[in-house]
Design a protein around this ligand. Sequence first.
Ligand SMILES: Cc1ncc(COP(=O)(O)O)c(C=O)c1O
Length: 387
Amino acid sequence: MIPVSEPLIGSREIEYVNECLQTGWISSAGRFIEEFESRWAEYCGVKYGVAVANGTVALQVAVECIGLSPGDKVIMPAFTIISCAQAIIRSGGIPLLVDSDPRTWCMDVKQVREKVEAEMKSGDGKLKAIMPVHIYGHPVDMDPILELAEKYDLKIIEDAAEVHGAEYLTGRNTPTPLWKKCGGLGHISVFSFYANKLITTGEGGMVLTNDPVCADKARSLRNLCFRPEQRFLHTDLGYNFRMTNLQAAIGLGQLERLQEIIDKKRWMGKAYTERLRGIQCLQLPVEQSWAKSVYWMYGIVLDESTGFDAVQFALKLKEKGVETRPFFLGMHEQPIFQKMGLFHNEKYPVTERIARQGLYLPSGLTLTEKQLSHVCDTVKNVLDDAR
Ligand SMILES: Cc1ncc(COP(=O)(O)O)c(C=O)c1O
């Protein structure tokens, strides 16, 4: 079976982890944590990094740092992981959904504008933030979102969990366009370092921000809101969301060869596109002129005319030794949110279609050219057999 993703652990990670084991620095203190935080923040062009246990809790901390009051609203995409919506809900907020752009599968920024303007007209003053989520390695079109945030004093919580090293061209309609790293565009941003990410720590996440107050709050929330001056006196409720030195050691080793990892992913994206381009009934990932994608996962969307939905197609590929994963299911279609009375009767047609018809192909760092060719041949054969 060709796996959908496999981590690639190098000798540097082993060397650093061995150092932790030999010196006994195996919990959440030790040199690798701070080094990983500062190196990752610097790479993304941001001042402060706060390493946490995973991307889901990074989102929760980020939303708490923004500080929502009960009933405050946050605009987010329907097409994403549940971690985004639950971070808002757990902070007492209300997620407002928008559909996806049919080409990039990221949030449709025209709909964001419409939603922001409708909220401003309503005059209830409850809209506080926008949560753009970069999808499968491709950036959201951030300029319109940055403008809206500036104009209406909204916070941007940037979910960069899937785009380590991806870049976005800010100010493309100005005389001074500038490429910036994803994760360096919002007021606060989050990453995941789960095992299938471009950089992994096994499980892990990080919150990035330029705001020292937010960074302090994130550090405090991560560590049970212990107070530096009197350890067991608490004036706030926090969590144990700490990352271990062992995890950070792996992350630092990975970070040292990030460019190599990005090059491999970009090669993979191009190689898949070259081989699959001629198949009419498949929609392939795009790369907009203002984006440098890192092709975290190579997604395809099947036309209904194939007679397959993603589940049926994935089964056929699995029978032939190719593992895949389905796309996200929209937030408005999640039974838990329906039970909570959220998103009642809301429709997001692009999200619904790509959730039903989309899946991603093997995209791991261990994928060889031979395996990639085999995956493409298998995709073609399954489609040909169905004709
Ligand atoms: C967009 C997005 N945000 C957040 C997360 C949550 O990260 P984690 O799995 O580390 O909790 C993921 C997970 O893959 C994700 O894809």
